[in-house]
Design a protein around this ligand. Structure first.
Ligand SMILES: *Cc1c(COP(=O)(O)O)cnc(C)c1O
Length: 362
């Protein structure tokens, strides 16, 4: 055993921490810790999955042609520029593995998604963390960190866990200023919850070094199914496809995702519900003395005055069976990331925090 060692970077990986899903002694848990859809999955996806299971003795499509065609039709994209993965996490992994290795650098930002440094280490590349400006991605800080060794910039817009977005024009400014040997990855996990934003599609359409990723895990309510996709220049897609396992997506994943993407009313309805409840939750949190930025996603990041107050707020929510996400690992020891639920669930969050405040300040 002594001469068996992991490849460079692997032992630097801190295992991904998911949102909690259980509370001791509570049966009626309200899980608002992983940005899942309060409406569940579109019924059409479930029906397609059951139907597809009839064919589970047969290997799935290796080129994902029907799913890519459906995504292309719905979003107005050339299917030749699409690649599908086991969640968008796998698409992000294709990027890091195909385009970086030992000696290379991958830039991500201070409060960026925790998968980015993990993906850099998986590829043996060096993760380089750059500061944000008041919880917003800072284009100048990214540009200042670029070196000859930089291969990839990972950023989510809207971002997780802040819920913030780059100002209009900033994404273009970043793409314009990056050297052509650096790939800009715009992670669009929450795009459908934002308004007046194309998710970086126009940039990815017009540039050879911009890749957009999307997921079925958030607005489509299919986090448990694991499907995502990427859109970029044919040359990028061709390289990534060579390291993609030929049967990475199962027959049920492909069928359910195809049905989901065609259910455009679902996206509209979920986005409308989210927008309404997000505004309600944000307003209530501020009234309760918990600061938060305007969120463009399906969660709100509440910031307590100090860690003790954050602990107390979390304890009050837990006491009421509500799970949220603490985001100390993202540089917010006083932060509570709360997924936006439906009207009843949001009411439950507000009621629990209101009772807590009333008890805390008699
Ligand atoms: C949830 C999330 C994803 C989606 O991951 P999947 O692998 O598609 O489930 C990607 N990026 C960010 C920033 C996320 O929050």
């Amino acid at each position: 055993m002594t001469r068996i060692t992991a490849q460079p970077g692997i032992m630097d990986i801190a295992l991904y921490q998911g949102g909690r899903s259980q509370l001791a002694g509570v049966t009626d848990v309200l899980k608002l810790s992983s940005n899942e859809n309060p409406l569940g999955a579109p019924p059409a996806a479930g029906a397609a999955l059951v139907q597809a299971a009839q064919g589970m003795h047969l290997y799935p499509s290796t080129d994902h042609a029907p799913l890519r065609a459906a995504i292309g039709e719905v979003w107005g994209l050339d299917p030749e520029r699409l690649i599908c993965g086991v969640g968008s996490d796998e698409v992000l992994q294709f990027v890091s593995q195909a385009f970086s290795g030992p000696g290379d650098e991958i830039i991500y930002t201070e409060h960026g998604f925790s998968m980015y440094p993990i993906l850099a280490n998986m590829a043996g590349a060096t993760p380089v963390c750059v500061p944000e400006n008041e919880r917003v991605v800072d284009v100048d800080a990214i540009l200042a960190a670029v070196t000859e060794r930089t291969r990839i910039v990972f950023l989510a817009n809207p971002a997780n866990p802040t819920g913030t977005m780059l100002a209009n024009g900033e994404l273009d400014r970043l793409a314009d200023a990056l050297p052509d040997y650096v790939i800009l990855v715009i992670d669009g996990a929450y795009v459908e919850f934002a308004t007046d934003y194309d998710g970086g599609i126009s940039l990815a359409r017009s540039r050879p070094n911009v890749l957009v990723t999307r997921t079925f895990s958030k607005i489509y309510g299919l986090g448990g199914l694991r499907v995502g996709w990427g859109y970029g220049a044919p040359a990028l897609i061709d390289i990534m496809t060579r390291i993609r396992q030929p049967f990475n997506l199962s027959v049920v994943q492909l069928a359910a995702a195809e049905a989901a993407v065609r259910d455009t009313d679902w996206v509209k309805d979920c986005a409308a519900l989210n927008m309404e409840q997000r505004a309600r939750l944000t307003g209530a949190l501020r009234q309760l003395g918990l600061a938060c930025d305007d969120s463009h996603a399906n969660f709100v990041l509440a910031r307590a005055q100090n860690e003790a107050e954050a602990d107390a707020a979390e304890a009050a929510l837990n006491a009421d069976g509500i799970l949220i996400r603490r985001v100390g690992g993202y540089g917010f020891p006083t932060g509570l990331r709360i997924t936006v639920g439906n009207a009843e669930q949001t009411g439950r969050v507000i009621a629990a925090l209101t009772r807590w405040r009333e008890g805390a300040t008699p």
